[in-house]
Design a protein around this ligand. Structure first.
Ligand code: COA
Length: 397
């Protein structure tokens, strides 16, 4: 080798011999698809058949009969509550709706143009300071923190929306459930019973999804025995990305850009020709219809019809049909939640924070499970860089 530059650029011929991670276990380059990274009794995704279960219960049964609060209890305790237990849990949630005033002041200090998802991340991180129990990661202590966070998430998101629009937050009503309260705090009007029920089911549908990117993130952080606030703050950051929860806002931006039904096919055709991804379409696990999309498609149509505006539902249908015909792909949870929320009058920037209002239940369920049987999560990387390079003093490079 003539000089160090050449040495650095040369292929590392000795890499295979020295590789310290067996190639068979190396999956990082492929996004860990199919790698089982934890044992869990919380939820299961059957990607071939399109079945999602929480603690043994099919998501379709929970959507038909359950409430978000009951589902949260199920995720955390592994069984459905009795009426007395559910009533007590709802009272506990109601008692924690109030935010520390310092956190409200902090939100007021954020730049108005900041993304609500980023504001949520920073506000949740700050909640830690005002929770004297924040470091208690015993099952009982962690459950109490999980309850507080689940109660405070919707209040935070509604407060963020009001404050960034120059309005004062509307105090939560302790007697209301999370879904009704959220819609009430957003606009100051009580939602119709049907709208609150639809939103409640949306929260059930988003509650857990096995080792998705944000839940895995939460487990990795909890695995270091950091507190729940740290785990959840990191999970919010993971959820915000457009390949994860951030897709729902982008779906609505796309629908608005398309604008008219007769432009939908051309838009998708052009996007695919440019190798662009259509947001809300495709899934890392489902090879058939995402069972959550089945409900959300129905809600998109129903809410649209009730408001006398089915255009966004119809454009979505057109995109879905086209992409299924051409690419054999299906919509995921984010595709129809976009037009459902839009027709409910919810601002676009809140779609991903709303996902977090629900997913806090799944994140905390997984954090509780991680703490209960903890092992530091520390995989290996398959090293593919050069080795044995000779250090060259800076003046000689
Ligand atoms: N639009 C167009 N093509 C898509 C696509 C989409 N939304 N999603 C996947 N594809 C195509 C890819 O271009 C790729 O094609 P190629 O093999 O010709 O290169 C193939 O399908 C596999 O895609 P890949 O991204 O490797 O699959 P994945 O399993 O990693 O994808 C997602 C999972 C969710 C990241 C991906 O489908 C996506 O980016 N969807 C849009 C974002 C979204 O809705 N995220 C929310 C998920 S709940």
């Amino acid at each position: 080798m003539e000089n160090a530059k050449e040495a650095a650029a040369a292929p590392a011929t000795d890499t295979p011999k020295e590789a310290s991670v067996p190639a068979a276990t190396a999956g990082g380059g492929a996004g860990l698809r199919g790698v089982v990274a934890a044992s869990s009794s919380i939820g299961d995704v059957n990607g071939e058949q399109g079945i999602l279960i929480y603690q043994g219960y099919n998501i379709h049964d929970l959507a038909a009969h359950s409430t978000f609060e009951e589902t949260v209890y199920l995720l955390w305790h592994g069984r459905l509550p009795t009426q007395t237990e559910l009533d007590a849990f709802k009272r506990e949630i109601g008692a924690h709706y109030k935010l520390p005033p310092q956190v409200v002041e902090l939100i007021r200090a954020f730049p108005r143009e900041a993304e609500p998802m980023d504001m949520l991340r920073t506000a949740v991180s700050a909640l830690d300071f005002y929770d004297r129990e924040c470091c208690d990661i015993s099952r009982e202590g962690a459950l109490r923190t999980a309850t507080r966070l689940t109660a405070q998430f919707p209040v935070l998101v509604a407060a963020i929306e009001r404050i960034r629009n120059g309005q004062d937050p509307i105090p939560a009503k302790p007697e209301l459930d999370i879904a009704t309260n959220f819609l009430y705090m957003l606009k100051g009007d009580m939602p119709s019973e049907r709208e609150a029920r639809i939103f409640n089911i949306c929260l059930i549908l988003h509650a857990d999804h096995e080792l998705n990117a944000s839940t895995f993130t939460a487990r990795v952080v909890a695995g270091t025995l950091a507190d729940i606030y740290g785990a959840v703050t990191a999970a919010i950051a993971a959820l915000s990305g457009p390949l994860h929860g951030g897709a729902n806002t982008n779906v609505m931006k796309m629908l608005l850009e398309i604008g008219e039904l007769d432009k939908a096919e051309d838009f998708v055709k052009n996007a695919l020709a440019q190798k662009k991804k259509i947001m809300g379409i495709g899934h890392a696990v489902y090879k058939t219809e995402d069972p959550r999309a089945t409900h959300l498609r129905r809600f998109s149509q129903e809410v649209g019809e009730s408001k006398g505006e089915t255009k966004w539902y119809e454009i979505s249908r057109k995109i879905e049909e086209y992409i299924h015909r051409e690419k054999g792909m299906y919509p995921n949870v984010d595709f129809y939640s976009a037009s459902t929320y839009y027709m409910m009058g919810i601002p676009l920037e809140l779609y991903t924070p709303i996902f977090a209002v629900s997913r806090i239940s799944g994140w905390t369920a997984h954090v509780l499970e991680q703490y209960a049987n903890n092992k530091l999560i520390r995989p290996r990387a398959e090293y593919i860089g050069p080795r044995d390079l000779k250090y060259v003093p800076i003046g000689e490079r």
